[in-house]
Design a protein around this ligand. Structure first.
Ligand code: GLN
Length: 475
């Protein structure tokens, strides 16, 4: 087995037993990236020099016996997350030259452990999309079938893990961007509860939805990275000042017993038009296997599910149109050289943003404008509360919910690109949890006959990451 194919846990063991060094492990990942990037296009920036320098430092920490869980482990970071002195474009040309003078809080915590950054991953620009085709650096190809999309918006992150170009990835999920590409590429990916991880340094898309979390090859690797990232941060007032469980220990918790777990299966998620029969069958099989392992399966209803996409695609663009105001070619990014200020703004933004970003800005500006605010934005907020209440009600009766992550496996590159509504419908199972601010993890659940990965989603109540990780680990 090649070193780049190891899980975090296996690499930790090997590094601690001095079977190989972090420099060797890092070089294996960098070699894989350079072999594959032309085709897969997972990375926008590869940080060879920085990675080898961090790997050497990690080897020294290990030699001194000062290693932590992530010391010497190579990882990637989505390009919409700020990394100190490393270009961060958010996959939009307007930030082509942006080099942040600071690390996002979650990245600072990972770096302090001595992990090794191998590069910045491609995504839909500013996180807007579900296929990675809205990147201004070209689409990411699915490592399982390069004629298919990798999903989005964090397609590069998912492909970087699935294709063994690094051991874990850090990405952002506003409305599915970790879970959906994880499903389409066959890896694990968690969207934590809103407020669990600091958003400081995550380029804001929709501030009341944005979350940041890991993708990895196993549930226990996800637990390891989550316990490093999570926790209150003075730089993000929405982080929750609660103790963070030691997730990796929770997975070993002897009190956890499937016999005590009640799994809700929401009927609305299985009645949706366009649900691929192979996906449905795979998820139902997994639910049966959990029942055989002792869990109680409870049919439940989340009656407002059908409003999640409309609410999401009003509320998110509204917040977006405001957040993206700062990306104007003056304060950040590439500035068009025009004769006056207005034309400089207009030209920088017209050429620096892809189509979907412009669409969101226009929809959001419209929804917030006087006269339409009550009909759209306010109404969306009211329905958002109803969706939250649906979840609050079912979680009084069940521990977790199980659904498909995506209604279909990876689709063809170009297939949905010009059909905006079809693309939005890819989020049908991941947007409700985002609207409610609850955690969800996508777990690999086998492949279609054509060999494309299928993802199963486990959702839990707010701050209920331990339970969903425990069930993911059993699966
Ligand atoms: N598909 C979603 C969207 O386009 C995903 C966004 C995200 O989670 N960043 O809004």
């Amino acid at each position: 087995m090649n070193l780049n194919e190891l899980t975090i846990q296996e690499a930790r063991d090997g590094l601690d037993k001095k079977e190989f060094t972090s420099v060797e492990l890092t070089q294996a990942c960098l070699d894989r990236i350079h072999d594959r990037n032309e085709e897969i296009n997972a990375f926008i920036t590869v940080t060879d020099e920085l990675a080898l320098e961090e790997a050497r430092k990690a080897d020294e920490m290990i030699a001194r016996g000062e290693q932590k869980m992530l010391t010497g482990i190579p990882y990637s970071v989505k390009d919409a997350i700020c990394t100190l002195d490393v270009r961060s474009t958010a996959s939009a040309k307007i930030l082509d030259n942006y080099i942040p003078p600071f690390d996002a809080t979650v990245i600072r915590k990972i770096r302090e452990q001595g992990a090794v950054l191998v590069g910045k991953t491609n995504c839909d620009a500013f996180g807007h999309g579900a296929s990675n085709e809205q990147s201004m650096y070209g689409p990411v190809k699915n490592p399982h079938d390069t004629s298919k999309v990798a999903g989005g918006s964090s397609g590069g992150a998912a492909a970087s893990v699935a294709d063994h170009q690094c051991l874990f990835a850090i990405a952002e999920d506003t409305g599915g961007s970790i879970r959906q590409p994880a499903a389409l590429c066959g890896v694990y990916g968690i969207r934590p509860s809103y407020g669990r991880n600091s958003r400081y340094g995550i380029m804001p898309m929709a501030s009341s939805f944005d979350t940041v979390g890991p993708m990895a090859k196993t549930a226990s690797d996800i637990a390891i990275v989550m316990e490093v990232m999570a926790g209150v941060d003075a730089k993000d007032a929405t982080t929750v000042p609660e103790d963070v469980p030691v997730y990796s220990e929770e997975l070993q918790n002897a009190d956890f017993n499937m016999q005590n777990i009640r799994i809700g299966v929401p009927k609305e998620y299985f009645e949706i038009e366009g649900l691929d029969p192979e996906v449905k069958e795979a998820i139902e099989e997994k639910i049966t296997s959990l029942e055989n392992a002792g869990a109680t399966i409870v049919p439940v209803s989340l009656p407002h599910t059908k409003y999640a996409i409309p609410v999401y695609y009003i509320a998110v663009p509204s917040e977006d149109s405001s957040n993206l105001g700062r990306i104007d070619g003056i304060r950040y990014g590439v500035q068009a050289d025009m004769e006056n200020l207005y034309n400089t703004y207009a030209h920088s933004r017209a050429h620096g943003f892809p189509e979907e970003v412009k669409r969101r800005i226009m929809v959001g500006t419209y929804a917030l404008s006087a006269g339409y605010y009550d009909a759209y934005y306010r109404k969306a907020q009211q329905v958002r509360t109803l969706i939250m209440q649906d979840f609050d009600t079912v979680f009084q009766d069940v521990d977790v919910l199980i659904t498909p992550t995506s209604p279909f496996p990876a689709f063809g590159i170009g297939e949905k690109k010009d059909d905006v509504i079809a693309m939005y419908l890819a989020d049908v199972f991941v947007s409700p949890g985002a609207v409610a601010g609850i955690p969800g993890i996508s777990v690999p659940a086998g492949n279609t006959k054509a060999g494309l990965p299928i993802g199963l989603q486990i959702m839990g109540p707010r701050m209920g990451e331990s339970k969903i990780l425990q069930v993911a680990n059993v699966l």
